[in-house]
Design a protein around this ligand. Sequence first.
Ligand code: SAM
Length: 207
Amino acid sequence: MDWQHRYDVGDTPWDLRGITPPLAALLAGDTLRALGLPDSADVAVPGCGRGHDLRAFAAHGHRVIGFDIAPGVVDEARRLLAINRVDGVQVLCRDILGIGPEFERRFDLVYDYTCFCALPTHLRDRHASETATILRDGGLYLALAYPLRDFGGRPQGAGPPFVVTREDLLRAFGGAFALIAEFEAQDSVPLRAGLERWFVFRRAARA
Ligand SMILES: C[S@@+](CC[C@H](N)C(=O)[O-])C[C@H]1O[C@@H](n2cnc3c(N)ncnc32)[C@H](O)[C@@H]1O
C-alpha cells in the first residue's frame, strides 16, 4: 500500500478530521490512571496520520511522539500542530516495524487506532514485538480495535482496514503482554458505531 499516494490523491476515508471521539471520552475519565498510567506519560502513536489524536494526549499533559511512514503526512501533521499551537508533541517519519532499537523502553503508553488494521496481517506479530520493545516494563498498549468485523458489504478478508478481533489481538500481543481490560467505545462516529472496542494490554516486566 502506497500510503503517501492515498494522501496525495485525497483518498483518506479513515481520517476523521479531528480528535477521535472515543479517545476524547476515554481521556476525560479516570480509566487510564486507574490502570496505572502516570499523569505525565510518554506516549507513542504509531501510524498517526495527520496527528489529530496527538493533540488529545498533549492536552492532558502527556509527552507524545507520533510516527508515520508517509513523509508528506508527517509534514502535514507538524503543520497542523503548529497551527493549533500544541507543545510537547513530535511527529517522526519512521517505519514502525523498525523503531525498536531507536526507542527502546521510551514509552509508558502506545496508542493504536487504525494502525494495527492498516498493516498486512502477516506483519502483526512484528508490530507487537516492536511495541514490546519501545514500552517500559508495565507500560500499556491501548488499542481502539477497528473494524471488529467486515462492514458495508465488503468482501470477506478485504482490506485495509483488515478486520481486528479480540483473538487477533491476543494472538499478536499474547507473548510479552497480558490483556488487563476491555470495554465498549463511547461516542463512536456513526459509521463506526458497534465496529470498535477498547483493549488494554500491559507489558510484562523483562527478566
Ligand atoms: C488507516 S491510516 C490511519 C491514520 C491515523 N491513525 C488516523 O486515524 O487518521 C494508517 C496510517 O498508518 C501509516 N502506516 C502504515 N504502515 C506504516 C508503517 N509500517 N509505519 C508507520 N506508519 C505506517 C499510514 O501512512 C497511515 O497514515
